[in-house]
Design a protein around this ligand. Sequence first.
Ligand code: FES
Length: 114
Amino acid sequence: MCLDLLNIAKMPEVRFKGENIKCEKGANLRKVLLENGLSPHNGNSRVVSCFGIGTCGTCAVKLTGTTNPISTKEKIRLSLAPHQLSNGLRLACQVKVTHDLLVEKGDGFWGQHI
Ligand code: FES
């Protein structure tokens, strides 16, 4: 019981571009990055992004770690060019940080080159 309480209280950590960010369990990954001065978008793609509704694909990132399962909406967007679902990327705006995550961003406007 005490160990369960400790695990619940443990805040997950996001590692991205050399930074380690602790956040609330279940926090939105895109928001966590932006609120900490980081971005899952390359260059000007943030300006023309869908701002987190999961349609533009510019927040695509590679994740290492456990998180919420990919949704149908994500699968659809990540199946459209220039993405390929087989690349295994996720949309940061659709990811809930439930455990420690290593986040990597690829090159290209959409970050599609991992
Ligand atoms: S911000 Fe557009 S898909 Fe994530």
